[in-house]
Design a binder for this molecule. Structure first.
Ligand code: SAM
Length: 628
């Protein structure tokens, strides 16, 4: 057996193809029936979970959750999606499909396997377009305009069920045959099936092995043998008979304070799931830190593959998929170059490459010549090349995100306080009538601590950042984003944005020529040949730009989740999403997805170790008290 790869890579499946049907070399078993895999899926998993019928009964804004062990070729998933397409209610509802895979197929193998099903081609193409790079962890794929959400855990089944938070309506138990794939059918694993089920949850499996039937009966399922597909005489189906069907609480009305990238992605996410929201802002969409003309989709991945690195990576790959619908509009996936711009950074990148194994579709090292050729600007060093990254027009994007029939806006109002009243929140505004909502999410960047109705200190700080608009004619226009001690974007019209300063103790909201000069100086030290005329570099006094304040936490990690009252209980129905620092464009889409999952009571897209990192409680200092 080969040694497992360095993190975050995961071993792909090794396939053998017999008469066009894929077989696992490792397990010596087929992924689906040789007779007709699609018909088998329909018989075993769809029919015996009564799927089309149950789909049609989901209320507006509701969801149905299928969990599966063994994603394999994704055939079961596509068959369920196809059934959802024809039987889901006409109103907005979401199909969640949660699956785990220890040995994912490569994109090439997946393409070949799915080509067997011409009637699934449109869905397979969309899956392939979103199929994540082969790295460990959780990948949320938002498909069919958000009506279908696939949560793919790349890793071992026991880790998956321990770290994901969901309750399934139906299970597809589909490992390889128990004798060949015992890990998938351990008693403990079947116990996890029970733990992620609720009264009325159904399950189906192709196997009829007595031990499995007994274990599931023991776990509380009423099990039944029934006729299998094709040559298989028997299969099993079951239903969890337990008391106390807990209906998920409806999120009610939701208001979001702050229309930056965090608030706008969250509002749009909820609206697209069928939940109306009110978006409140002192000015309008993208007026604060998210209002720059250009911004890079950028993360700095740690040398150690720890939770922090995993969160940054998951956010980056999710954001790349998320922004794709604005390709050539506000999203420009030109690729991004992270230069080894100093001896320290060169050393850091060398250690990073030694200790990790990233698929080349995420990043790869490039030497100085390659870096210069890719970016179109002579560089002094090589670095890391992120082929699927690029730059955004954040201000325009925020406006577009906020424009949805289910988003009502209250712009141009100053929020003065949040007051609980009869189980709801009253958002009082200076001079206007209050907005009333069942749940409120504060997405107000560095202003957030002022709005949290708890007195005391929060470990959040504002860091001034000034960007400079460099006249495009003064530069060799880069073909890609270049990052180092500054970033430089390809020109947009007659300017290219560079920046930003990092001014910890400065609250001056106006651009200054000193900050422009600092940006130009840093840019020219990172890329000495970027200016067409070395002697005529633009100087601060003639330059345009913009100042905004990033909101950063004490540990430079974002926060997303319910707020607490200083002790241990939640501040009822009040949430916070902020602390994105200078990586808001990268973190916002995933964290909005995560918070929207929580607000709607749907399965969350993050594993427990990452959800823990985002908790709001870590911001609280000891002297916190409720202030209303
Ligand atoms: N449902 C799949 C489809 O529609 O193509 C077929 C699944 S195949 C029968 C079983 C899958 O379980 C394989 O892809 C295998 O790699 C995966 N698997 C086996 N052991 C596993 C484990 N311990 N954890 C996670 N996945 C595992």
């Amino acid at each position: 057996m080969n040694r497992p790869p360095l993190p975050p890579a995961i071993e792909p499946a090794e396939l053998a193809w017999h008469n066009g049907v894929p077989e696992s070399k490792r397990f010596g078993d087929v992924y689906f029936s040789r007779d007709n895999g699609l018909e088998e899926t329909r018989h075993v998993f769809l029919q015996h979970n009564q799927l089309p019928e149950r789909f049609s009964q989901i209320p507006e804004g509701g969801s149905f959750v299928i969990a599966e062990n063994g994603f394999g070729t994704g055939l079961n998933f596509l068959a369920a999606w196809q059934a959802w397409q024809s039987s889901a209610p006409a109103h907005r509802a979401t199909l969640h499909f949660i699956s785990v895979e220890r040995f994912p197929l490569t994109r090439e193998d997946l393409t070949r396997a799915l080509a067997l099903w011409p009637e699934l081609k449109t869905l397979a193409d969309e899956l392939l377009l979103h199929y994540p790079p082969l790295v460990r962890g959780v990948h949320r794929l938002v498909l069919a305009g958000g009506r279908v959400r696939l949560t793919l855990f790349f890793g071992d089944i026991n880790d998956a069920w321990q770290s994901l938070d969901f309750h399934a309506d139906a299970w597809f138990l589909d490992g390889f045959a128990p004798a060949r794939n015992p890990d998938m059918w351990l008693e403990n694993t079947l116990g996890q099936v029970r733990a992620h089920s609720k009264p009325g949850t159904t399950l189906a499996t192709f196997t009829s092995v007595g031990r499995i039937r007994r274990a599931l009966t023991e776990a509380g399922f009423r099990m039944e043998k029934t006729s299998g597909y094709g040559r298989k005489r028997e299969m099993l189906k079951g239903i969890l008979e337990a008391e106390g069907l807990v209906q998920p609480e409806s999120p009610g009305t939701i208001a979001i304070i702050g229309a930056g990238i965090a608030g706008c992605t969250l509002a749009r996410n909820l609206a697209e799931r069928g939940h109306p929201v009110t978006l409140v802002d002192t000015q309008g969409p993208g007026a604060g830190a998210s209002g720059n003309a250009q911004g890079a989709l950028y993360v700095k991945l740690g040398v150690e593959f720890n939770d922090q690195t995993e969160l940054a990576l998951t956010s980056l790959t999710f954001a790349q998929r998320f922004y794709d619908r604005w390709r050539s509009q506000y999203w420009h996936p030109t690729g991004l170059l992270q230069l080894a711009h100093s001896p320290q950074e060169e050393d850091r990148q060398a250690r990073f490459l030694q200790r990790n194994d990233y698929p080349r579709d995420i990043l790869r090292p490039v030497n100085r010549e390659q870096a210069s050729a890719l970016s179109g600007v002579p560089t002094q060093s090589g670095g890391l090349w992120f082929p699927d990254s690029g730059w955004l027009e954040p201000g325009n994007l925020c406006k577009n995100l906020a424009d949805h029939p289910l988003i009502s806006t209250a712009f141009g109002v100053e929020v003065s306080g949040l007051i609980p009243c009869n189980g709801q929140w009253h958002i009082s505004t200076d001079g206007g009538s209050p907005t009333v909502a069942d749940r409120v999410v504060i997405c107000s960047g560095h202003v957030s601590p002022r709005l949290i109705p708890v007195s005391g200190r929060f470990r959040l700080k504002a860091i001034r950042g000034q960007v400079t608009h460099v006249p495009a004619k003064a530069l060799i226009n880069p073909k890609t984003v270049i990052c180092g001690n500054r970033y430089l974007n390809p020109a947009l019209g007659d300017i290219a944005v560079t920046g930003a300063t990092f001014d910890l103790w400065d609250d001056n909201p106006a651009p200054t020529s000193e900050s422009h000069d600092e940006n130009i100086r840093e840019l020219s030290s990172m890329l000495p040949s970027v200016f067409n005329d070395e002697d005529g570099k633009p100087s601060g006094e003639d330059l345009g730009g913009r100042v905004a304040f990033r909101c950063t936490t004490h540990d430079y990690q974002p926060v997303a989740g319910p707020l607490f009252n200083g002790e241990d209980s939640c501040l009822e129905r009040l949430f916070l999403l902020t602390g994105l620092g200078s990586k808001g464009l990268t973190y916002a889409p995933l964290l909005a997805e995560y918070l929207a999952d929580q607000l709607t009571g749907q399965p969350v897209c993050l594993p427990a170790n990452l959800a823990r990192r985002l908790q709001t409680r870590r911001l609280y200092q000891n002297d916190i008290a409720v202030s209303y």
